[in-house]
Write a protein that binds this ligand. Structure first.
Ligand SMILES: *Cc1c(COP(=O)(O)O)cnc(C)c1O
Length: 419
């Protein structure tokens, strides 16, 4: 059983709250996040860091709800963003601009201008053309843009191919062979200031080997760059990607990852940035759904629930595994038979769990789909004209907060115009 969950009188409780009771008031499906578990994840990073040298920038794309960002802001975290929209969210939630790093291969001129105006810490540059664009935007704004170069170290992160980002075949970063040349180019540009170097090799990494290999490659580049460009890099961005336990994985602890980065990249006078996303919020969230129908096709048992791939796309997109708990205790899991838990969307790829031991659930029963706090709601869509789910947050004080209401039919057609 994942932490934060417990059956009390056969009723599943999350962060001390009865899911049955919440579902009596809140239409399903809904996401629910537990602040306490987010806070203890943050604590695991902060306890291992030296605030004068280590900086934790939450990767906003994992879960960008304003209330979640407020928790990050209150704990003193910075942010790693990938769009102008994420920048606006961070500022709205109180994350100071000077703790925000901006990553991504396709920042538009308008987004760059917005970030320059806000005064972010630095842009993580992913190509020569982007570098020129940042220089041009900074010229127009009459400011100096601080930049860090994201190096593609060409190392295998040993994760699902769709969330691997540090290989030559991935679109991310500047290939390590070209890094020096691009730094030299940046050095000649008038409106950028070279501030750092970094890498981010993928997500849901459960071994430190990939991190070590990437850090080593970047470590070797640093003296070359500093002597050839006659400058001192101030920031080293170690990226994010630390994995979590969905099923039987045994990911390293933040302290071990930070210690390893310190061993390889802890150069006196340099600041290290870490960009955890999934690790801070993934295990702190549930998607709660109600069973609509059950049926059998030959020997295949289907449980059709009201959550679908438009609510949670990880199973379809990454073969993601999410533990499923019946909200009412259903005997010994060893006695359960296999079933497919599927949603109402018209795609065979619409499943939450496939061939999974599940109890004899019936229409009206509730299930809690675990570890959906990261890359869950943020990837939700309106496919099949389904409204996006509500997001609830159990506050640090233990109260239930509606962090985002469920969409309505009016939300669904907002912005559309009849002929
Ligand atoms: C997605 C991303 C992260 C966070 O990844 P997680 O696996 O959620 O920790 C960090 N840095 C960058 C540049 C990213 O794109």
């Amino acid at each position: 059983m994942h932490s934060g969950l417990e059956y009390k009188e056969q009723n599943l409780h999350f962060g001390g709250q009865s899911l049955q009771q919440i579902a009596a008031l809140q239409e399903t499906p809904f996401y629910i996040y537990n602040s306490q578990s987010i806070l203890s994840n943050i604590e695991a990073w902060q306890a291992a860091s030296d605030p004068d040298r280590h900086h934790i920038c939450y990767a906003v794309k994992a879960n960008s709800n304003l209330a979640i960002l407020q928790i990050m802001a209150r704990q003193g975290l910075g942010a790693d963003i990938v769009s102008g929209g994420e920048l606006l969210r961070c500022l709205q939630a109180g994350i100071p601009a000077n703790r925000i790093v901006y990553s991504g291969v396709g920042k538009t001129a308008a987004e760059i201008a917005l970030a320059l105006e806000a005064g972010i810490l630095l842009f993580s540059v992913e190509s020569r053309q982007e570098l020129e664009q940042i220089n041009e935007c900074a010229r127009r704004a009459g400011v100096l843009a601080a930049i860090s170069m994201r190096v593609n170290p060409d190392v295998d992160a040993a994760t699902h191919p769709y969330i691997s980002t540090g290989l030559t075949e991935n679109k991310f970063g500047i290939h390590h062979d070209q890094a020096l040349a691009v730094f030299q180019m940046a050095n000649r540009l008038e409106h950028v200031r070279i501030s750092g170097i970094g890498f981010h090799i993928g997500s849901q990494l459960t071994s430190l080997d990939g991190f070590a290999a990437a850090a080593q490659k970047v470590r070797e580049l640093i003296p070359q760059i500093e002597s050839e460009c006659r400058l001192e890099l101030e920031w080293i961005d170690c990226g994010g990607g630390l994995g979590i336990q969905y099923n039987a994985e045994e990911p390293p602890a933040p302290a071990d990852y930070m210690k390893l980065m310190d061993q390889i990249l802890g150069i006196p006078g340099k600041q290290l940035a870490f960009e955890p996303g999934r690790h801070l919020v993934g295990n702190a969230g549930l998607l709660v759904s109600r069973v609509l129908y059950t049926k059998e096709n030959g020997d295949r048992r289907f449980i059709i629930c009201d959550a679908a791939m438009n609510d949670l796309i990880r199973p379809a997109l990454y073969q993601g595994y999410h533990a499923v708990y019946p909200v009412t205790e259903h005997g010994d899991p060893a006695s359960w038979n296999k079933a497919d838990l599927v949603g109402p969307v018209c795609e065979s790829g619409d499943f939450i769990a496939r061939q999974r031991p599940l109890p004899n659930l019936q229409a009206g029963d509730l299930v809690a789909i675990h570890s959906t706090g990261a890359y869950g709601f943020v990837m939700a869509s309106n496919y099949n004209s389904r409204m996006r789910a509500a997001e609830l947050l159990i506050t640090p004080e233990g109260d239930l907060h509606l962090a985002r209401r469920r969409e309505t039919y009016a939300d669904l057609i907002r912005g559309e115009q009849l002929l």
